[in-house]
Write a protein that binds this ligand. Structure first.
Ligand code: ZN
Length: 178
């Protein structure tokens, strides 16, 4: 999970990750609405207020601690960090319904037939391609897989998977050199 967090926010330091994680692990995050959270203030971590509200506005996270005049930081504070971790945790633990389709040819395309509630992610993996097919419920889907000049008919069955299992597959190719 920390790996995923680091890959989404690559500029963040180890101490940012550690402090955000500490807030999350001590249950400091409560959901306030669909785009707002309360993060409890920790005097031991330098917080001055008993609580901070983090909001997601116009595609950006903002926190109460950034409102104060002396605050130099327009950056993602660790209150926001704790919220990000709690969301990631939910994503990881959530059950999704997914199937993995492998295409072992260079030029390929997966076409789903007659079902618009299917989410397809394409993951390049070396010379091959993996498609992660997700549905809201367990489902059987008809699809066409175009592979070079050949078109194959497929029946894809999605099965319950944990969010982290799906993410692991999606991340499997993005070779991080470290
Ligand atoms: Zn903050």
């Amino acid at each position: 999970m920390i790996k995923e967090l680091r890959s989404r926010y690559p500029g963040k330091s180890r101490s940012w990750v550690r402090r955000s994680l500490r807030r999350f692990l001590s249950n400091d995050v409560r959901t306030l609405g669909s785009n707002a959270w309360v993060v409890r203030g920790e005097p031991s971590m330098g917080d001055r207020l008993p609580q901070y509200i983090v909001r997601f506005i116009n595609g950006k996270y903002v926190c109460d601690c950034q409102m104060t005049a002396w605050s130099s930081s327009r950056e993602i504070c660790t209150h926001i960090g704790a919220v990000l971790i709690s969301q990631l945790y939910e994503e990881f633990m959530k059950t999704t319904y997914a199937a993995i389709v492998e295409a072992d040819c260079v030029d390929n395309e997966l076409i789903i037939l007659g079902n618009n509630e299917v989410v397809v992610d394409r993951v390049a993996q070396g010379g091959a391609t993996i498609y992660v097919v997700r549905t809201r419920q367990e489902a059987t889907i008809k699809a066409l897989l175009a592979c070079n000049d050949e078109i194959r008919e497929l029946i894809i069955g999605t099965k319950p998977m944990k969010g982290w299992e799906v993410m692991k597959v999606m991340r499997s190719n993005t070779a991080h050199p470290q």
